[in-house]
Design a protein around this ligand. Structure first.
Ligand code: NI
Length: 137
């Protein structure tokens, strides 16, 4: 049986800033630059979630599309859209909300939540020029 990959996109907006309390003020400014401004700045993120599996011969689907959409909404968008990531999303109370850490947090939120297909890749675009991919082991 052929394995197929299906991707669903979603957009969300969120603000963040980069700061590591273990660094001095100067180190934070040197390493994070403008992104260290504690008042934050926003991004329009694009999330792509790819699932993989075999096509169900009866339905012709690899995944329950409604389930995928609802899971992404519930686990990611409801928690992150129009939020200040540092202050409102628990993962970023300690981790710096870079696109790298955001992609990992989203993977962990989605992993094991889908009823049929398996999670294959989480891709988060911070800008049109920059994106991060996370795959399972
Ligand atoms: Ni930023």
């Amino acid at each position: 049986m052929k394995v197929v990959y299906l991707t669903r996109k979603a957009e969300f907006s969120a603000s963040h800033y980069y700061h590591n309390p273990a660094f001095s003020l100067e180190e934070n400014q040197r390493i994070f630059g403008k992104c260290n401004n504690p008042n934050g700045h926003g991004h329009n993120y694009t999330l792509e979630v790819t699932v993989k599996g075999e096509v169900d011969q009866r339905s012709g689907f690899v995944v329950d599309l409604k389930d995928l959409k609802e899971t992404m909404n519930r686990e990611v968008l409801d928690a992150m859209d129009h939020r200040f990531l540092n202050k409102e999303v628990p993962e970023f109370k300690t981790a710096i909300p870079t696109t790298e850490n955001l992609a990992i947090a989203i993977w962990k939120r989605l992993e094991g939540k889908l009823k049929v297909a398996r999670l294959h890749r989480v891709r988060v675009h911070e800008t049109t020029d920059l994106f991060v991919d996370v795959y399972g082991d």
